[in-house]
Design a protein around this ligand. Structure first.
Ligand code: SF4
Length: 695
């Protein structure tokens, strides 16, 4: 029997086809518009990651295995006791882009509407928050204007801070196929490292880290100087152009000045700028190299500014395109999983929105102020202000900056509840209550990928042991806390219908996120739901490939906004230090909970490694293949040395995946300071400085 579902890893959101009842054979779904049958090496190895070995099969309270009623009673009674003594804002949730939209929806509803704590944030804060903020500033809503089909229509691809070959492999394959078909197409990579995405690229700009804002301000200035502005579009559909251009011109100066600031040859900068202005069908694809910075939101807007200036928004084959990291980073944004959002893309800035959500949920304790974003959230735990935290489907002891501080904070926190699929993670080691969750292939619900496409993840295997769906355990806790009337759902279809109805509630077109066309799905229609791009409403009954094509945006004026941005990343490199870049490797996913189970995926990179330039290795007395210790005032990490000229001298790279479960001293985020973008709250995960010594 063949069944369709969606890959649980990256934001490409590939469709998969599963055959077999128990031993699943996984292949790509040729009918899914994200991948048309392709899968990358991680997706192809999914069947190897299944099985009960290492799975968490029963709830545990204070180290003792208990029944579900006992576990739910422990969670609800301990949360209620803390709320009674310290108020609702003393409890928090930390969610994950691995959760399905239905899980996310009820978690957010319980905390922000019924318990009355705004402190719900998600690991998507580490991933996409700067893009969310940039979209909202430019478009008035968190919309992705384009779609994957633009890849086949584009003729120039600019990859900024995105190693797509490893991190969004199937989309990269689509770009490569286009290039193969027509070598006249251009691929430009903007990245301090010569990553795998540079293979076959026409131009690689190995710029100094943190100077991409300067580079794109220089581009805006160049577009104006070359008289390549789309003045009609600017006049009719945008505001703030003059201020943004002036700011860009003042910062950038000449091409030579930009080149000097970015540490690039002027000819390369000139070539990039000319490609951009000469090719209307240009897609700018960006990811964590842009987002994970103290000026991440400004960098996003600097890119969008260049597309607005040339009128290349919402049109076929062009536009700025944010590549999301996680399978459901977008779905989490849709339900309000970020602490500064409320629900259905509504936030706390409008009293009318708060009232609308309160009415819809019939919420007794609706929150009226934003909660703590991830870094602030764990600092509140550290201060003792947050006394209970429920962490779902994520491992912040590995992924948060200053991870050792997070560890100490959680160890001292009076109540830590963790829902996960495996018995051992660094975070579970700090938990008082551990709840066994279903994982991919057992879960049932929806996810939204980078192009706003909602796809179904379907149940392919039964839940092992006593594992339960996240939405079920959240609803059980809600019922035990006295909110049964509002948390009784027949299944994920009913939750999705409510989520869709909220998006449509009193929505006269002023809110971009609108699923009114999906709010009356029957359970069978939900089961059969084909991948569709939101909005799905009266205007777009079959979903919308592109948004903004009509020049209409979601700001009060209906115009897109240029944002004047000129704040460079600061921080001089300290003497005898290297600048540390962090990122993914091709065959692993996050903290390896799933990919670490597949032997074939460990062959590519079997242990934590440190890539650095031979000149730096010489200075620190390191040899290729030897062991090194990276350290700073925050912590230490050990890694195998890999010498490469793909790395700029003065900088180095380590992978994010290894945890203390897999490798002692393998966690790189113990070295990363908790600096954040002030607009988005996203941590600057690529700005640590380290000293290195041989081991
Ligand atoms: Fe899965 Fe991403 Fe690979 Fe597609 S590209 S198969 S979504 S990991």
């Amino acid at each position: 029997m063949q069944r369709l579902s969606t890959c649980p890893y990256c934001g490409v959101g590939c469709g998969i086809r599963s055959e077999g009842q128990t031993d699943l054979q996984i292949s790509g779904d040729s009918g899914h518009p994200a991948n048309f049958g392709r899968l990358c090496v991680k997706g192809s190895a999914l069947a190897q990651t299944l099985g009960e070995q290492g799975r968490l099969l029963a709830p545990k309270v204070d180290g003792q295995t208990v029944s579900w009623p006992e576990a739910i009673d422990a969670v609800s009674s301990r949360l209620s006791a803390i709320i009674a003594e310290h108020g609702p804002a003393s409890v928090a949730m930390y969610l994950s882009g691995q959760l399905l939209t239905e899980d996310y929806y009820v978690a957010n509803k319980l905390m922000k509407g019924f318990i009355g704590s705004p402190h719900v944030d998600t690991n998507s804060r580490l991933c996409m928050a700067s893009t969310v903020a940039g979209h909202k500033r430019a478009f008035g809503a968190d919309i992705v204007p384009g779609c994957y089909a633009d890849i086949e229509l584009a003729r120039c691809y600019i990859l900024v801070g995105a190693n797509m070959a490893w991190n969004h492999p199937v989309l990269f394959q689509r770009i490569q196929a286009c290039k193969q078909q027509d070598p006249g197409r251009t691929i430009i990579v903007i990245d301090p490292r010569r990553s795998a995405s540079c293979e076959g690229a026409d131009l690689h700009l190995a710029l100094k880290p943190g100077t991409d804002l300067l580079l794109f301000n220089g581009l805006l200035s160049f577009i104006a100087a070359e008289q390549q502005l789309d003045q009609n579009f600017i006049n009719a559909h945008t505001e703030g152009f003059s201020e943004a251009l002036l700011s860009a011109q003042q910062q950038a100066g000449t091409i030579e000045q930009v080149a000097m600031g970015c540490d690039l040859p002027p000819a390369q900068v000139d070539a990039f700028y000319r490609c951009f202005v000469d090719e209307p069908l240009t897609l700018t694809l960006f990811s964590q190299g842009v987002n994970q910075a103290q000026n991440g939101t400004d960098k996003v807007n600097a890119i969008i500014n260049c597309h607005l200036a040339t009128g290349r928004i919402g049109k076929a084959g062009c536009g700025p395109f944010s590549l999301t990291g996680q399978p459901n980073a977008m779905g989490g944004r849709e339900v309000g999983g970020l602490a500064n959002q409320l629900a259905a893309h509504m936030d706390y800035s409008q009293n009318a929105d708060i009232e609308l959500v309160r009415q819809f949920w019939q919420a007794p304790n609706i929150c009226r102020q934003p909660g703590y974003k991830a870094v602030d959230l764990f600092e509140a735990v550290e201060r003792g202000e947050i006394k209970a935290i429920w962490i779902m489907a994520t491992n912040p002891l590995v992924s948060m900056p200053e991870a050792n501080r997070v560890k100490a904070a959680l160890e001292a926190c009076p109540l830590v509840i963790v829902s996960d699929i495996v018995t051992h993670t660094d975070t579970i080691a700090c938990a008082d209550i551990v709840l066994p969750a279903t994982g991919w292939s057992e879960k049932d619900g929806t996810v939204t990928n980078s192009e706003r496409r909602i796809s179904r993840q379907r149940t392919l295997l039964p839940a092992p042991g006593l594992a339960r769906h996240d939405w079920q355990m959240i609803c059980d806790v809600a019922k035990a806390m006295g909110f049964a009337e509002h948390f009784t759902y027949a299944g994920p279809a009913a939750i999705f219908a409510e989520h869709a109805a909220l998006s449509a509630y009193q929505n006269t077109g002023q809110r971009a996120f609108d699923l009114s066309g999906l709010m009356h799905l029957t359970a069978q229609q939900y089961q059969d739901l084909a991948p569709v791009q939101w909005p799905v409403n009266h205007k777009y009954p079959k979903g919308a490939s592109r948004l903004g094509a009509d020049g209409q945006f979601y700001t009060p004026s209906g115009k897109a906004r240029f944002i004047a941005v000129s704040q460079q990343q600061s921080a001089e490199l300290a003497r005898d230090h290297l600048l540390l870049n962090t990122g993914r490797v091709r065959d692993q996913w996050h903290s390896m909970t799933r990919t670490g189970r597949a032997a074939s995926l460990l062959q590519h990179r079997a242990e934590p490694f440190l890539e650095l330039h031979p000149l730096d290795a010489q200075q620190f007395g390191l040899t290729d293949g030897g062991l090194a210790r990276l350290s700073n005032s925050l912590g230490q990490m050990d890694a195998r040395v890999r010498l490469t000229e793909a790395q700029r001298s003065g900088e180095c790279f380590v992978p994010i995946h290894w945890t203390d479960q897999f490798s002692s001293k393998g966690r790189c985020d113990v070295l990363v300071p908790a600096l954040v973008d002030p607009v988005s709250g996203q941590p600057a995960l690529k700005q640590a400085q380290v000293q290195i010594q041989p081991l």
